[in-house]
Design a protein around this ligand. Sequence first.
Ligand code: ADP
Ligand code: MN
Ligand code: MN
Ligand code: MN
Length: 346
Amino acid sequence: MTKYKLEYIWLDGYTPVPNLRGKTQIKEFDAFPTLEQLPLWGFDGSSTLQAEGRSSDCVLKPVRVVPDITRTNGAVVLCEVMMPDGETPHPSNKRATILDDDGAWFGFEQEYFFYQNGRPLGFPENGYPAPQGPYYTGVGFKNVGNIAREIVEAHLDICLAAGLNHEGINAEVAKGQWEFQIFGKGSKRAADEMWLARYFLERLTEKYSVDIEWHCKPLGDTDWNGSGMHCNFSTSYMREVGGKEYFEKLMAAFEAAREDHIAVYGPDNHMRLTGKHETQSIHQFSYGIADRGASIRVPHSFARNDYKGYLEDRRPNSQGDPYQIASQILKTISSVPTGATASVAA
Ligand code: ADP
Ligand code: MN
Ligand code: MN
Ligand code: MN
C-alpha cells in the first residue's frame, strides 16, 4: 500500500468569479486511485461563501483525478460541490447542470498576466516598459524576462504529466502576458482541464512570489492588451456535414443569443470588447473569414473546406467560466436544426 496525498480542489461561492480552493487528505491505495475509489469529503462552506453559519458543511464529490508530479505520490482531485445530502448540486456548482456532448470539441486559449508587486512582471516600478510590439511570441531577456519562461515550461510539464490536453504556449502581446491552450472533447472534459490547469498555474507561481492576474483588462483603458479566452469549437455535425447554409443559420442563432453569450463570457468584458484593437464591440455581433476583429473568426480552413470544421468565438475573456462558456455555445448550436442527418447537443 502507498500513502497518496490527495488534494481535493473545488470552486468556491465568490461571484462573479469563483476562486479555487483545495485541501489535502492522505489515503492508502495499492496503486494510483481511480475516481470510483475516492470518497466524498466535506468542508466548511461558511468560509467560502457556500453556506450560512449553521449547518455549514458542504460535500465534495470527486469528478476527475490526475497525477500531481510536484508532490511525491500526489494527486489532484477535482470536485463538484454538493449540498449536505451529497446528492443535490450546490447553487455555486455550475458544472452539474451544463450541456455536454462528447462530439463537441472545445479549444480554449487562456491568456493571463504574471503580476508581482502590483504590476505586470517586467514592468518598472514607475511608468511603463517599451511599448507593445516585440513581446508577442518574443524571445530574449528584454522581451520575456527571466522567470516567466521557467514558470510556463514547468506548468506545461505539470499539465502533461497530469494527462491534461495542454496544446501549447506563447508569450502574448503585453509584457508579462502569456497564453496556454487546452483542448478537450466534451464541455465537461475541456472545462475540467482548464480549471485544473489554472489551479496548477496558481500553485506553481506561489514559490516565485508571482500572482496570476486573470482580469480581462488589468491595465485599464491604455494601449496595453487585455486578456481573452478564445473558445474554438466544433460539433460532429460541423466537422462532418457543415455547409454554408447551416453555417449562416448558426451565425444567425449566435447573433440572436448575443446577450446570453456575453452574460457568461466573463466579467468586465466591456472594458476589453471596445471595438478598438482586435475586438468587435460587446454590443455588436459579426463574423468573418480570418477576421480577428470579428466576434467569431472563421478559419481559412473552414471556408475552404465547404464550411466544415471549427469556429473561434473571440469574445470569452480570461476570467470566464469554461463550463458556462461551453454550455452556452452548445445551447445556441442545438437551437439550429441540422436536418435528419445528425443531432448535436445533449
Ligand atoms: P490562435 O491563432 O487564435 O492564437 P491557437 O493555436 O492559440 O489559435 O488556438 C487554437 C485552438 O483551436 C487550439 O486550442 C486547438 O485545440 C483548437 N482547435 C483546433 N481544432 C479544433 C476543432 N476541430 N474543434 C475545436 N477546437 C479546435
Ligand atoms: Mn492563441
Ligand atoms: Mn492569444
Ligand atoms: Mn485565438
